[in-house]
Ligand binder design. Sequence first.
Ligand code: GLA
Length: 388
Amino acid sequence: MSTLPLGLRPAMGWNSWNTFTWDINEQLIRDVADRFVADGYKEAGYEYIVIDDCWSLKERDAEGRLVPDPAKFPSGMKALADYIHSKGLKFGMYSCVGTHTCGGYPGSFEHEFQDAQQLAEWGVDFLKYDYCFKPRQMSGELLYKRMSLALKNSGRDILFSACNWGEDGVYQWIRESGAHMYRSTHDIQDHWESIKRLALSQLGQECYTGSFCHNDLDMLVVGMYGGSNNGFIGSKIGGCTELEYRTHFALWSLMGSPLMIGCDIRTAEPSTRDILLNPALIAINQDLEGRGAYRIKPEPQWFHTDEVFILVKVLTDGDLAIGFFNLSDDQREISLQFWDLGLPYASGFSLSLYDCWEQRELGVFTERYAPTVPGRGSHVVRAKLARR
Ligand code: GLA
């Protein structure tokens, strides 16, 4: 297990919600842990296995403790945590700021310190903390501070994943509250328009992400292909194409979002694994300095659309991660002038480009690079300065 400080990099893992919602149990979680090891997810950096909502009974016990549903988790949470830890992975759970979770189970309001203690005793390493049923007179900011303080003093390192959907000016106060990541968006759905809407909503917010408090664009839908048991998330919508999933993964990687897998990895297609395990994209997402990506509007400007843009992320070693995104429906040439990267011709440098999706060198380019990108597609390169 890593010894790096909590939240240094965007978290990577799996979360039960997108595919399974209420239909969760300990065997499923164990199977996911097994697949993390067997199918290369652990080796690629995925670490947290997170149970989302609907894991407890509807009432606390006589001492006010949360009780795992014995029908879903007959061995209890400590045994499940031990199993996950035995695989060298980390265990995440879910609660809520309010009196109830979004699914109607007990929330942690006025039980914050007791629940943090309980999670620590079970061996939990990550808490996703939702925003439903918040008493109206209470400040959300204060309630995130409360749980943060409770977790930090629980005696265990527990990564704090805030989930208030970008509401109440969260950008202005979440880093100071102590949270390691924060949801900036409403819930993702397994279709293209949702992916596009979420990504566009965070352009311009690049200064509100970085080490120890990462902007979380929501769990990935890569590889779901409509495979949710929940109509709203996807079963009634029908999923995305492989091309759309690639663009989704590239956007989340460049934008520094945590990478929490949401599909059923037990039945994932090889092409889904190829996306989720892409080493070049993961390296960009996990880059140590954790900088947000800046946006360049490509030339020519005549197509006046926000749907075609370039994201550039400055990496620790001096390379640049450059994503060419075409969220429109029609193929486009997307032209990048190196001047706009701070690299004038007079510098004497060109750029040597590595194609992250194709995983091959593209050669050395001077002054300008202009790939043609299909509608809903992405092209991502890692650029290294090369002296002419
Ligand atoms: C909210 C969150 C989701 C999920 C559900 C669970 O909608 O945003 O990510 O946790 O609650 O009920």
